[in-house]
Ligand binder design. Sequence first.
Ligand SMILES: [Zn+2]
Length: 195
Amino acid sequence: MLCGRCGALLGEKAAPMPVFCRKCDDYHFERAFAAGIYEKALAAEVSALKAADHLSPAIRSTIRKSLDLHSGKITGDMVVPVPLSKLRRVERGFNQAETIAVAVAKILKIPVDAMSLTRTVHTPIHRVGMDQKARELTVEKAFAVIRPNLIKDKNIVLVDDVMTSGATTSACAKALKKAGSGRVTVFTLARAVLQ
Ligand SMILES: [Zn+2]
């Protein structure tokens, strides 16, 4: 049973009708989809992807199957990865969300725009002790569109590796909409289960 809007796992049983978590009511994207739950093989793949800029054939196949499953729902004019801050991008040498975005764009046969949306604030990776509200406030103003002419009136498929609360993707969607984008549909490799 998944939230019909943000895809949060709400229980093991299938729901007879659409259910909504309600926590995502104020989020700025329209829908969010994930290729799987953040556990076991997928969790290992997500951490491997942070170390090396490479998607395994198994993960490519998982992405393809998920896009096929939601065929017609995950659509747009272009794919935009959730950006890293400049500092983190330099430290890591690549953006793992962009690696996934390239694979998604290839399957959907639409372009990738990894330049227009930027992360303006460097948020520390370890935010121990911060509750969800504090994390949301930190990411709320962390994104900006620097080339709005490329975003205006475009429907966007926003891609990240993992979605936890959805605050980050919502903040990205907010920045995209502020720049005049159309629909924002989120696709992530994995959905973390909130405890
Ligand atoms: Zn929801």
